[in-house]
Design a binder for this molecule. Sequence first.
Ligand code: CDP
Length: 796
Amino acid sequence: MTTQALDEIKIGGLGASRKRVEDDRFIRGKGNYTDDVVLPGMLHMEILRSPLPHARIKSIDASKAWEIPGVHLVLTGEMMATRNLAWMPTLSYDTQAVLATDKVRFQGQEVACVIADDPYIAKDACEAIEVDYEPLPPIVNPWQALASDAPVIRDDKVSQADNVVYNWEVGDKAGTDRAFAQADVISKLELHYPRSHPSPIECCGSVADFNRATSKLTVYMTTQAPHIIRAAVAMVAELPEQMIRIISPDIGGGFGNKVPIYPGYVCSILASILLERPVKWIEDKTGNLISTGFARDIYLKGEMALRRDGKILGVRMHTDADHGAFFSDAQPSKFKIGLMHSAFAAYDVPVAHLTARGLYTNKAPGGVAYRCSFRVTEAMFFQERMVQAAADDLGMDQAEFRRMNFVKDDDFPHRTPFGFLTDSGQYAKCLDVGLAAIGYENFRKEQAEARERGRLLGLGISTMTEPLGAGNSREYDILGIKMFDSADLKVHMTGKAILRTGARGQGQGHETTWAQIVAHELGIPADDVTVEEGDTDTAPFGMGTYASRSTPVAGAAVAMVSRKIRAKARKLAAHLLEVSEEDIEWELGRFYVRSSPGRGVTIQECAMAAYSNMPDGMEPGLENTAYYDPPNLTWPFAVYIVTVEVDPETGVWDVLRMVAVDDCGVRINPMIVEGQIMGGLTEAYAMSSMQFITFDADGNCVGSNYMDYLLPSAWETPGYELHSEVVTPCPHHPIGAKGIGECAAVGGPAAFVNAVIDALTGTGVRNIDMPVLPDRVWEAITYRRDVSGAPPVRQD
Ligand code: CDP
């Protein structure tokens, strides 16, 4: 090192809590969302949705809508069918209706679209469309779907004779049976993880602009995966891919809700092609809550084979997942995180077996990965609820039971019971940090004393490890497209740079953190690096942002492209310093001569030389692209500990404290990481305590507005105590980072529920399903029984 080395934190490199650069425009109200896009001659589209969950369509009469002045087009399923667009393929090799032709299959399903001069005319015209429905019995849960006399929801599919989507199994059945035969104790648990909705503040929308003169289709839209949309439009609509430009401007939250392709996108594109004018579709809140990707809604049943001393011998699980009317999330058997494959990855469980069944019901398509990698949230929830039940059945301390069964620090890489290879972690250390922070021993004493005075205190522990960062391309693909990601870096002659990636942030702060990786690798101050994402005409091909894959894959690509730039800059430095490359050393932002450290050139001087003074034979410029195919997924780990007090008279429970210990490897921006954790914990708290989206017996969606589907405000949200002292760098990521975006939302819910169940120790209550509403807690305490199953439908 020479004395001239840059201070990495000062230039906004790795580890700097740099303020989010994107917030500058957001807090000034200068964000540029899809609804902000206004194009000359733009028309507006509204969707007519089905009021019924299950009905045959006898006829659709749109004549009155066509007559309304200002209406330019009415699209129905019949018209879409003439263009082979009434149905579209889903990510799971299923089909989904774009506009209903034969039947409606969930309340809120898209039946027709009107394109008019303004959204109000379009809305009025939707109401003028007369649809004659013949109601059919609605199916609102898997048990109704399985009944022998159940109507077949997907009678559009010739081979579909029942409502079963799939019946799959993974793991070692015979080995698991043997483990259970040897068990001293078998612990059992049944749960329901209720349907929830990602509910981004900005709903879905698109502005499609087809230009007949150039044959170019530009679509501004709320998508987390613009390149995949471009490929899908090219394949489904049979348009040349180079003539399609998808622009994903600022996105007001995605959380997985903006990964699927929705009928509104397809209809606005077709309308623009037919009318040769830009067409804008902006979904309203009710439309978003009742018809776009739901999450979870899965019934989980499991048992754990245990040795008397606490060793886990094996696990058996069965899941019944309610997928709604169309199977549109990622295909579980193909995309191997799709079932509960990640369950028990942090524990040394020798053998496990899982059977999984998916069912069609008369609900909007569900099962999207809401802030998680496919079914990881359900897997971690079941795992940590099961672990608590097993410890209780054995009469063991919850923390001790976990510590005893954790994968040990020296046992990595570790093969999980469902075949993943986890790479690194310090699980026991994270637990110790959490227990010390919450004051575990003291709390247990306090809890016992309080109990004697009739006060119910509880402590819940949850741990999680999540497979983040799909690919690699060997094992992961979506519809045959291999999973990897990319970064493109152009360093200008003045040493300033522009970086583009194939990822697309929705509030995670990529514009801030990607520049920090460049600063770390090249010594170019982060403020000198502009980051752009979301435009398929300029960004390199990428698979988008979901499953916390940005840092593990696109972030790694940023490091790799910076290294390519540095390699060329080294040649330029050798030329400028008139020495051979072998004699050159690198320190942050500067090359120098090994034998004479005072003689050096900065990265900015190298950049200028790339355009003005390159050696003979060298290609000019300082630009490059990297495609990164990760060798493995990254495996962050976390421990969440919650303490609560439950009021035995009312069932109301309050969070006393919440401690979070997250190990996401090297933190690029500690402040952003903390923000990600706080957001995730708040969603976990919401899911466990208040969020209520269900269906009555007639198939009506209860929870289609924010009076029924509650989002916690700052007032209800508990305070969080965050710990960052455990850092286990990812051994295969170029800067040692692991993903963090989803961890707290994945691992958090079980901590809250475990705490309430712990407070009820002695009542015999083993389970209260989420949302753990006060009336459910009261019922459990009063009748000393579990409260399980789908959340109740409010009567008021
Ligand atoms: O894919 P997504 O952006 O949702 O999740 P992520 O890759 O886990 O990153 C979320 C945010 O946290 C990004 O701005 C990351 O750069 C940042 N992050 C970080 O600073 N350090 C890490 N080890 C992981 C993520």
